[in-house]
Design a binder for this molecule. Structure first.
Ligand SMILES: Cc1cc2nc3c(=O)[nH]c(=O)nc-3n(C[C@H](O)[C@H](O)[C@H](O)COP(=O)(O)OP(=O)(O)OC[C@H]3O[C@@H](n4cnc5c(N)ncnc54)[C@H](O)[C@@H]3O)c2cc1C
Length: 507
């Protein structure tokens, strides 16, 4: 693709959701924006792929907070994409279902706090007080985060940053089953013993408020944004790899691409991992101590994903996601041993293309650490540079897929009979497509023991270089979109931006 201009108001490195939201906002504000993406497709974790006519999402299976009264709806409405987004509301009687190996009971999460409480009470009839307290705690925590509610101001309850999610559940109730059910969707944030309670609250609350799937792939979101950026005179460049951010006299002046071309701008926003951003920015303004701090932060675990294409009219579409655990301790799954793989899984049904009562495809995710694929770390495979790595790697993936299928069969005994064909991805796929070092799912790990260490400012010591994306504030569609508001707020003013969003939602 030809680059028509060499100077823009804003250059954004990476077309992940964070970069695209920033690009859309700043282009709506009259800036000429250039998004630079290394991949063939835009969207980062929102990319999709097609096999045998079926579209699969690689990194977004459902979204919380898309009802009219919710913040994400309001932001998407302001951005101009909400009306054109094709969504499917999930089952209000149980959009998520938690299951355990040795328990025939299923534990659905109802949509809306009233449904949520009613359905849980039907499973835990003696626990009304605990369930009430849990719901009011979640609402209180979310209410104390102004941005989550599109309000100006600082977090009102700093103490919650250093509260452990696991400790909270243990103090909430001695009922282990209820603890595990309430934290049973913690794959959504790769929950570990380090996870702060606010991360659980912000993520899970958004889905309890409302849970939607995006029809025909989550990449719809970024495609709609790309259209707006272009309509506003901007450019979205694909297949362009940024190699460096060039600083002159303390300010970022240009980015250099792998082709050697330079693109200049007044403002630069990096949507890639902060450690990578700093590594490509040579300047004394960024001190070695800061570089070391950022590069030493732990990243979240990666994933192994099984994409199943199903035989026609065989697997009923339930409009629910299933979270399954081998053992009744949801906080240790990340630390699985290869012999115990998979420790858990989450199963997502693709919304049928035609209004059909059967789904055509299922995606199943489980944890996988990068060390399991370390052997093949020198290989590289994306649609721009294809390789099947090697036979041994293909065999490794097949064995993992078969183990995962055995585990799925515990609750879905006829699963193998339903499968037409399957495909898999490993931490290497996520590493190569996202440009991270380890294929991590959700960026930098948040730790309640030292919450300030993992808080990264959107501003850098280079005054016109800003950061955005899941490593900054919170991951997920909602978290990343709100991170982008913080980034754009630092460029054009947060109060101004929030007023624009609220103004666009007045009627
Ligand atoms: C398996 C999986 C399942 C998930 N499921 C859900 C879900 O159901 N719901 C939900 O809300 N969230 C989900 N998430 C989280 C969500 O998808 C992410 O938090 C979010 O999309 C990350 O956005 P980002 O802006 O940080 O950018 P990323 O998606 O990390 O994108 C960064 C972009 O930068 C590009 N890039 C990197 N280096 C360069 C370079 N040198 N030059 C140019 N471009 C570069 C990359 O190619 C990429 O496109 C999931 C994530 C994963 C991995």
């Amino acid at each position: 693709m030809e680059i028509s201009k060499k100077h823009f108001d804003v250059v954004i490195i990476g077309s992940g959701l964070g970069g695209m939201v920033c690009g859309t906002i700043l282009s709506k504000e009259g800036n000429r924006v250039c998004i630079i993406e290394k991949n063939e497709q835009i969207g980062g974790s929102l990319q999709t792929f097609k096999r045998e006519g079926v579209t699969f999402d690689t990194g977004v299976h459902y979204i919380g907070g898309l009802s009219k009264e919710n913040s994400l709806y309001k932001i998407f409405n302001y951005l101009g994409i909400m009306q054109r987004l094709e969504t499917a509301r999930m089952d209000e009687e149980g959009f998520d279902v938690v299951m355990f190996k040795d328990d025939i009971e299923e534990y659905p999460y109802g949509m809306g706090y009233e449904n949520f409480k009613r359905i849980l009470l039907s499973k835990f009839s003696d626990e009304e007080e605990v369930i009430e307290k849990y719901c009011s705690d979640m609402k209180r925590i979310c209410d104390s985060v102004p941005l989550y509610n599109l309000r100006e101001g600082e977090i009102e309850n700093m103490e919650m940053l250093s509260t452990s999610a696991k400790d909270y559940f243990e103090q909430l109730t001695p009922n282990k089953k209820l603890q595990n059910v309430l934290a049973g969707t913690n794959l959504l944030y790769a929950g570990t013993e380090k996870t702060p309670l606010y991360v659980h609250a912000l993520v899970v609350n958004s889905y309890i408020e409302s849970a939607y799937k995006i029809k025909n792939g989550g990449d719809q979101i970024v495609k709609l944004m790309a259209r707006i950026i272009k309509e506003n005179g901007g450019e979205v460049l694909r297949k362009h790899d940024v190699k460096s951010i060039d600083v002159e006299n303390g300010n970022a002046k240009s980015v250099t691409l792998s082709t050697g071309e330079k693109i200049e701008a007044e403002v630069f926003i990096s949507n890639i991992h902060p450690a990578k951003t700093l590594a490509m920015t040579e300047t004394d303004a960024i001190r070695p101590a800061y570089r070391n701090r950022i590069s030493s932060l732990e990243n979240s675990i990666s994933t192994f994903v099984l994409y199943l294409i199903l035989k026609p009219s065989i697997f009923p579409f339930r409009n629910r996601n299933y979270y399954y655990f081998n053992e009744e301790n949801v906080w240790t799954c990340v630390d699985y041993k290869p012999d115990n793989f998979p420790s858990m899984y989450a199963l997502f049904e693709e919304v049928p293309e035609k209004q059909n009562e059967f789904t055509e495809a299922i995606t199943v995710m489980t944890y996988m650490r990068f060390d399991e694929v370390e052997k093949w770390k020198d290989s590289f495979n994306t649609t721009l540079e294809e390789s099947n790595r090697n036979e041994e790697y293909q065999e490794f993936k097949k064995q993992k897929a078969e183990k995962l299928l055995d585990t799925i069969a515990v609750k879905f005994p006829n699963i193998r009979d339903c499968i037409q064909s399957y495909y898999t991805s490993s931490p290497l796929s996520y590493r190569d497509y996202m440009g991270t070092v380890d294929g991590n799912m959700y960026g930098i790990v948040k730790d309640f023991n030292d919450p300030m260490k993992t808080m990264i400012s959107v501003k850098t010591k280079v005054p016109n270089l800003f950061l955005t994306g899941q490593n900054i504030n919170l991951h997920g569609v909602l978290g990343v979109t709100e991170s982008a508001l913080v980034t754009c707020g630092a460029v054009i003013g947060k109060e101004y931006l929030l007023n624009k969003i609220l103004g666009a939602n007045k009627n």
